[in-house]
Write a protein that binds this ligand. Structure first.
Ligand SMILES: Cc1ncc(COP(=O)(O)O)c(C=O)c1O
Length: 406
């Protein structure tokens, strides 16, 4: 197994006197030196406000902004003019809901979403449904935690206008059948909004080949800084959508009572951009490419298989979603019998192991599963077999500390 920890200085520190084992990558990933250096270089040598100045430094800042867009577009298989820079996945999904949803949904239309959606791909659709009169309908997982083609066939109909799903659930960790979703949605004239927040660092993506209409990601979940993300939208849809936010830089011409807009993607990029973050996102994607997808996919799959094997051997651990590595990416959510998830996370922290505990911004899924919260261990390319062993040892320790045996 290749090791990447030298690229991630933060991982060399201790946590509560133990080796830091970072398994909260679904929340945010750590950043490699290559990304930090690229951001630093931008601010040390190229910073100015893009698209505004005519002097050389401003033009280099504009190049940094547009070259970053080209890198992001290439990484997800999109044309450059179909990629909008955002702050994060939430902003990308809100942009689609507010702009596309408000302009094109009407009473009688249906918006179909998965009950496992992160609140970012759920609350905006609730709001848009309420304001347009469209109806929000839910898809549910089967007993194995998988979204099935049968469930899609039962719910998609000629009233469906939007299908919004995560490529990988941030709780169940299981891939949704995107190709089947797209086929069925397009057959009834609906658009597909794909939340790729949890897949972008784990699965090589080609949004054009997948034929999704929109796809939203956060940089911080793929080794880039916080505060930068991207939204892909098919150009013909972006062209007919109204702006989301308005103001500087998204206009063609402004008169006292009338404004015309810049072409997409700039129509959707109001105000000064986070160019340093965009440079960091491009550097992060270059970093992932330099590691290579074969390495990332095979190593992460091996770690997840190893973790699941260990968890499946502990009778007091319940994993949510089929406890197999097949079709699972990055995430394992679980509970320990008779122990609150916050106690699990706190005791693991005392062993140096960082996991997430809570509802994971997926409360409708928690309700569907009949639980209030759960624990989540999530993996990145720098995790190792030792990390998995520390997690498994920690789970036994939790039982001991709680006086429940091991
Ligand atoms: C599946 C999914 N969608 C959306 C989001 C929201 O991402 P952000 O907070 O970066 O906007 C997350 C964050 O955890 C997520 O896991």
């Amino acid at each position: 197994m290749r090791r990447f920890s030298d690229d991630f200085p933060i991982l060399s520190q201790d946590n509560n006197g133990k080796r830091l084992v970072y398994l909260d990558n679904g929340a945010t990933t750590q950043k490699p030196k290559q990304v930090l250096d690229a951001v630093n270089r931008y601010y040390l040598t190229e910073n100015a406000n893009p698209h505004r100045g005519v002097y050389d430094l401003a033009m280099r800042a504009t190049d940094a902004h547009e070259n970053s867009r080209a890198t992001v577009a290439k990484f997800i298989g999109a044309p450059e003019d179909s990629v909008i820079f955002t702050q994060n996945t939430s902003e990308g999904l809100n942009l689609v809901a507010y702009s596309y949803g408000r302009a094109f949904l009407k009473p009688g239309d249906e918006v179909l979403i998965y009950v496992a959606e992160h609140h970012s791909n759920l609350v905006p659709w609730q709001w848009v449904a309420k304001t347009t009169g469209a109806e929000l309908k839910y898809l549910y997982p089967d007993a194995n935690g998988r979204l099935t083609v049968e469930e899609l066939d039962a719910k998609i109909n000629e009233r469906t206008k939007v299908v919004a799903v995560a490529h990988v659930s941030n709780v169940l960790g299981l891939e949704t059948p995107v190709e089947e979703i797209v086929k069925r949605a397009h057959a009834v004239g609906a658009v597909v909004v794909l939340d790729i927040a949890q897949s972008v660092a784990h699965i090589p993506l080609d949004v054009v080949k997948l034929d999704v209409d929109f796809a939203a990601l956060s940089g911080h979940k793929i080794y880039a800084p916080m505060g930068v993300g991207a939204l892909y939208g098919k150009k013909q849809l972006l062209e007919k959508m109204p702006p989301f936010l308005s103001g500087g830089d998204m206009i063609a011409a402004v008169h006292e009572y009338r404004t015309t807009y810049a072409e997409a993607p700039r129509k959707f990029e109001a105000g000064t951009r986070n160019v340093g973050g965009e440079v960091g996102l491009a550097a992060a994607m270059d970093y992932v490419n330099s590691v290579g997808w074969d390495t990332i996919v095979s190593q992460e799959e091996a770690l997840i298989a190893q973790a699941l094997e260990g968890m499946n051997a502990l009778p007091y651990v319940q994993v949510y979603g089929e406890a197999t590595a097949a079709g699972r990416h990055g995430v394992i959510s679980f509970n320990i019998e008779d122990v609150h998830p916050h106690d699990v996370a706190t005791i693991l922290d005392s062993d140096g192991v960082c996991i997430r505990a809570g509802h994971h911004c997926a409360q409708p899924l928690m309700e569907h599963l009949g639980i209030g919260s759960c624990c989540r261990a999530s993996f990145a390319l720098y995790n190792t077999e030792e990390d998995v062993q520390a997690l498994l040892k920690g789970l036994k320790h939790v039982r001991e500390v709680m006086g429940l045996g091991s």
